[in-house]
Design a protein around this ligand. Structure first.
Ligand code: ZN
Length: 275
């Protein structure tokens, strides 16, 4: 089993800013000062020897992971903006007309987790099959709405691939693309689901957009079992633990409605900064 990250960002895709590129360029220019390079291969060797951040980047696209298994069918987690590059890479690898099957496990239906679907080129190609799994009742409606005018010029109904939706149930194990897949309900606005994926003697847990409450011990018990003996856990780290249990919780969207509650949020921010 090999897990490849095509997108890891929460909320919205974030291209690198000019200032950030200049910081990298400055660091590389300094490191290369006085050196000469015979060819591109020598430049590559030099770049590979530098700290990762200097000559590379990551994390600009929203959530999309590929779980590479021994079988021919593909297993993905979420359809964030990273799905655009993933689709291109799949066509590059397998050719445009070579009927591929994609199984996609949706953590939930927030926009950052499905915004890549309209740009997932395999969905436009006849012969491909895309099976979208979700524990949410409104998964199909959400995907169709995203492709609907005026949101997007290509309506869902004209996509040439065969697209199916399957409902999963938390705690029930289903065999998908040769892996045993078990969803778990997670605390998040509108609910999210993590997936425990077992295949080829390895366990991978995908747990995005999951909030944990420090005072709720019994909720943690379920997650201990969910993560137990996993070889790899992908865990949401958009907020620090302190943010997750204090600021984010207090500043949850409904609390913004009144001036009094806004004041409460500021109080918590002040306390948090002092700490
Ligand atoms: Zn979310």
């Amino acid at each position: 089993m090999l897990v490849r990250f095509w997108g890891t960002r929460g909320s919205l895709p974030t291209p690198m800013w000019n200032d950030q590129i200049r910081i990298k360029a400055r660091a590389i220019a300094k490191a290369a000062s006085g050196q000469t390079f015979a060819d591109d291969a020598a430049v590559e060797t030099f770049l590979d020897a530098q700290p990762y951040w200097m000559a590379n980047t990551y994390g600009g696209d929203t959530s999309c992971l590929e779980v590479e298994l021994a079988g021919e069918e593909h297993l993905l987690c979420d359809f964030g903006s990273g799905a655009r590059r993933l689709g291109g890479a799949m066509i590059g690898k397998h050719g445009p007309g070579n009927g591929q099957t994609y199984h996609v496990l949706m953590s939930h239906l927030h926009w950052d987790h499905l915004m890549g679907f309209p740009f997932f080129v395999p969905a436009f190609i006849p012969g491909n099959r895309i099976v979208i799994y979700s524990c949410h009742d409104d998964a199909e409606a959400s995907f169709r709405r995203q492709n609907q005018a005026p949101n997007f010029p290509v309506d869902f109904s004209v996509l040439a691939a065969k697209i199916e939706f399957r409902k999963l149930k938390a705690g029930e194990t289903t065999e998908i693309a040769g892996a045993k897949v078990t969803p778990k309900l997670q605390l998040h606005a509108g609910d999210s689901y993590g997936y425990r994926i077992e295949a080829e003697g390895s366990v991978f847990v995908y747990s995005s957009d999951s909030e944990h409450r420090i005072e709720d011990e019994h909720a943690a018990d379920g997650f201990v079992e969910f993560f137990r003996e996993a070889d790899l856990v992908v865990f949401d780290a958009m907020y620090s633990l302190a943010d997750a249990v204090s600021l984010k919780r207090t500043s949850c969207w409904p609390l913004y409605r009144s001036g009094q509650e806004r004041h409460r949020v500021r109080d918590v921010t002040a306390v948090h900064r002092q700490n």
